[in-house]
Design a protein around this ligand. Structure first.
Ligand code: ADP
Ligand code: MG
Length: 623
């Protein structure tokens, strides 16, 4: 039978495996054991809804043969049919995480193998050929998959029971590496203890021991023993768990190569009793905003796996949380569909949500640096949570949200902002823009800061949509300094502006006519200091929201743009003089408008024309 070729990506990974002398090759066992455990979980779950599938006692058996130089790992899990062997073992399962680290050097290769976990292929770190004999549950036929790394072949085979037997043909010792140790049962037992102790199914091995007779003589006997304690880490006493154990468990389970930012290990007793071990990752997974991202909460009942991605037990706005929830009272025989409607689930969710919230609150209060790190990674998620469902959850989340602000260019909560508000300040000021730098350069900023007000920087695309939904905090309205009327002026200042507007009425009307449909209004304003003009929007959609909607292909939605003119600027005065001399002001007006567009971060309608006009003016000035 002809060998089939591995897919390109798999080939590359296999090459890494073969040359992995610098990596911790021990972890191959953990990978194969966890696959066996997954297969048992799968069989168990299928048995809940399919009466033709039995599941009595899940087991994993590890055997060695020194003469044949083999390790065999046997499980009575779900097994694989021909297509599954082809699909699952011919390609890398987690190709995404591999792609993520595209430019690999030798060191980060070691990282991937050691910490990411690369699953089944890690077998090739210690074996030069691997055989998989498998029979799928409810299937009569069995198949044999074989590979010597150059390719693989699949053939029909015989197997009495469903499940999988994996045989590794262990490499010969080299100068750098003694592979022989993997044929030593004691060594393997040590590795099982180290990496797979918490696996909930018994891992059995043939262990030598000595039976002592009455006459004092001893006899060597080899017995099948369960070598793992089967106590999952979350069921252990906190005092017995080292920080490294917590971190290792997280990194192995979630293929994260960095330690979690925080772990939450707790137990609840009462109406809904459960144990949970939750983690806040230290960085956002690369696929967090894609459909590939899997919710990382697993549900167990008394240590027995029920389901992955248990959406029912945590609110979507906390979907960055990973970990396990192990309930004491869930009935095991109900199918997963029924589980979703169970009121017990709701109670569980409420409790889990509450714990996550209080943990975050605590971090915010006592571990500010960590909280800000968390917020950098997942803050947007909380904001979306606030915004979602027309603000249905805003009360839960609003105090966990932060924005950067002009106060110290650092993160601030709304509570902190309000506590610093000036006595005469009625609203919470914000400015939306692409970046803090760009917002700081907005012509509208100067005056507000001069008056001593603090401005929140809205640099996240969700920010302004969020405030348009929640409207206010602590009875104080959110107010964009780029929208509508700012109302910063005293009575005298207002009267002054009115007077100026009256005086320039004709000119303003003329400017309006020149700009026609480009703006919805032109007016004098006290918003500006250094700059001659700016664009603002009315109280509805802001210019920044228009940009975001455009990115989302909602081109039709436009902000009503108002061009505001600084009456105290020399340029305005000059324009006025020019107009009074009955000279044409249309070119200058358009130039001013173009400037306003540029400062608002909007595209010019005709950039070439603008450049020409500026060049002409430069020539005039220079000559
Ligand atoms: P992962 O476990 O992350 O999916 P692996 O490379 O470890 O990636 O395994 C690839 C796939 O091969 C698994 O998802 C599973 O479908 C299948 N598989 C591996 N080992 C077994 C096994 N012992 N029994 C059944 N299926 C298995
Ligand atoms: Mg795996």
């Amino acid at each position: 039978m002809a060998m089939k070729e591995f897919k390109t990506e798999s080939k590359r990974l296999l090459d890494m495996m073969a040359n992995s002398v610098y990596t911790n090759t021990d972890i191959f066992l953990r990978e194969l054991i966890s696959n066996a455990s997954d297969a048992l979980d799968k069989r168990h779950i299928l048995s809940l809804t399919d009466s033709e599938i039995s599941f009595e006692e899940g087991k994993i058996l590890i055997e060695t043969d020194k003469n044949a130089r083999t390790i065999t790992i046997t499980d009575n899990g779900v097994g694989m049919d021909k297509k599954e062997l082809e699909d699952n073992l011919g390609t890398i399962a987690r190709s995404g995480s591999f792609e993520f680290k595209k430019d690999l050097d030798a060191k980060s290769e070691a990282d991937i193998i050691g910490q990411f976990g690369v699953g089944f292929y890690s077998a090739f770190m210690v074996a030069d050929s691997v055989e998989v004999l498998s029979r799928r549950v409810k299937d009569e036929k069995a198949y044999r998959w074989f590979s010597d790394m150059n390719g693989y072949e699949i053939s029909s085979a015989k197997k009495d029971e469903p499940g999988t037997i994996i045989t590794l043909h262990i490499k010969k010792n080299t100068k750098e590496k003694k592979y022989d140790k993997y044929l030593d049962n004691n060594e393997l037992r040590f590795l099982v203890k180290k990496y797979s102790d918490f696996i909930r199914y018994p891992i059995e091995m043939w262990i030598d021991s000595y039976d002592y007779k009455e006459d004092g003589k001893s006899e060597k006997v080899t017995k099948l023993e369960t070598v793992n304690s089967m106590v999952p880490i979350w069921k252990k006493n906190k005092k017995e768990i080292k920080e490294d154990d917590y971190n290792d468990f997280y990194m192995q389970e979630y293929y994260d190569y960095s330690k979690p930012l925080k772990k939450i290990h707790y137990k609840v007793e009462g109406n809904t009793s459960y144990t949970a071990l939750l983690y806040i990752p230290s960085q956002r997974p690369f696929n967090y905003y894609t459909n590939d991202y899997k919710l990382g909460l697993k549900l167990y009942s008394r240590g027995v796996f029920i389901k992955d991605e248990a959406k029912e037990i945590v609110s979507d706005y906390f979907r960055f949380i990973r970990g396990v929830v192990d309930s004491d009272d869930l009935s095991l025989n109900i199918s997963r569909e029924i589980l979703q409607q169970d009121h017990q689930m709701n109670a569980l969710k409420k409790s889990v949500d509450k714990k996550i919230k209080s943990t975050l609150e605590n971090m915010l209060e006592k571990e500010r640096e960590d909280y800000e790190k968390f917020f950098d990674a997942f803050g947007s998620q909380l904001k979306y949570g606030c915004y979602d469902g027309f603000g249905a959850n805003k009360d839960v989340l609003i105090d966990l949200i932060m924005f950067k602000s002009s106060f110290e260019d650092k993160y601030t909560t709304l509570k902190e902002y309000v506590s610093r508000m000036k006595e005469d300040q009625k609203e919470i000021y914000y400015a939306a823009g692409e970046s803090i730098e760009k917002i700081r350069q907005l012509p509208q900023m100067e005056k507000v800061l001069d008056k001593g007000y603090e401005v929140l920087y809205f640099t996240d695309s969700v920010d302004e949509f969020l405030t348009s939904i929640i409207m206010e905090y602590d009875s104080k309205q959110f107010k964009s300094i780029l929208k509508g009327d700012l109302d910063l002026d005293s009575k005298e200042e207002k009267e002054e502006l009115e007077k100026k507007s009256e005086e320039s009425k004709d000119l303003i009307t003329k400017i309006k006519e020149i700009l026609k449909d480009k703006v919805s209004d032109v007016r004098l304003s006290s918003r500006l200091k250094t700059y001659p003009v700016c664009l603002v929007s009315d109280d509805n959609l802001s210019i920044e929201m228009e940009k975001i909607l455009k990115q989302m292909n909602q081109e039709g939605v436009k902000a009503n743009k108002i061009m505001e003119i600084n009456p105290d600027h020399e340029l305005f005065k000059a324009l006025k003089d020019l107009d009074e001399k009955n000279e044409d002001i249309s070119e200058y007006t358009e130039l001013l408008y173009d400037q306003a567009l540029l400062m608002a971060g909007l595209e010019l309608e005709d950039p070439a024309k603008y450049a020409l006009k500026v060049s002409e003016l430069m020539l005039k000035a220079i000559k």
